[in-house]
Design a protein around this ligand. Sequence first.
Ligand code: AMP
Ligand code: MG
Length: 329
Amino acid sequence: MKRLWLLLLVCVLLLSACSGETPCQTELFAMDTYMTIRVWDGEEALLSECAQLIYALEAQLSVTRSDSELSALNAQGQAELSSGTLSLLAQAICYSEKTEGAFDPTVYPLVESWGFPSGQAKIPDDETLAELLSSVGTAHIHCSDGEVLLDEGTRLDFGAIAKGYAAQCVAEYLAEQGVRAAMINLGGNVQTLGEKPDGTAWLVGIADPEEPSQAVATLRFTGSMALVTSGSYQRYLELDGQRYHHILDPKTGKPADSGLLSVTVLAQDGVLADAYSTALFVMGLEDGVAFWRQEQSFEAVFITQGGSIFATQGASALLSGCDFTEICA
Ligand code: AMP
Ligand code: MG
């Protein structure tokens, strides 16, 4: 009898569903960051399926894991890629072209030369940077029939889009499974799905670049959205008292010095939001605003080195908790 009760209890736990106003949640560490996934409806087992999906994407796209699909391409200079990786590469090339190379998936030799993968800061000299820059640019990637060929010295890094892509994949998977409300937070790359059952808006904080554990402002909105922040505070190395952050300007090979501390992009698509947050950080406020006016596919919040906040018209309507300047179309 006792056994039967135990079996019933296990079955109930396995089939337990998320419903009502309190979400089910899972936390995991992947892609070098802490992640949280919350769903307001659907089977609780979906959460571990989402975690498996993220681990699989990490195994496919990581540039630091020697067994990943991307590392095999980087090591051999050519490879036949899976359809998922190929589609992400096509998107990366498209966003690189649109941003005139401010986002560039071929920056890996530069990223390595500053010591980011190992965490050991190094300062490459101008000669080294000039040599590495000669193999940076999407013109060095050649694709045909699923086969990708890289010019000598060219290596890919999906670090600026992998989390946005993973959040997008998880949101699409949950939607396919009939989930109507979810929030996916992959280390600050946030993706919302649908509306919360209690009808309240989604609230997402923008980190204070000077005090990243605190929010400097809040974005309030309803419905499905991707919100991605790129900031110099998120990852940096220190050498001789000097900080070197991880977002590189593909034109100089050096950490971008565009006058910004962070850029948050809001868009319907997670990969676009992630690629553009990196690109806008490199472009700076003026060029970033010109790009926003031209593209019209996203909204953005810029925080400058002086601490001023600028929000594009659509983002202004969602922003609260801070003083900011609205940028009109
Ligand atoms: P994110 O935090 O999304 O802005 O991405 C930054 C990461 O992408 C870095 O840690 C690098 O691995 C890589 N990266 C750095 N600069 C660039 C760039 N200009 N374009 C594309 N990827 C970059
Ligand atoms: Mg990015």
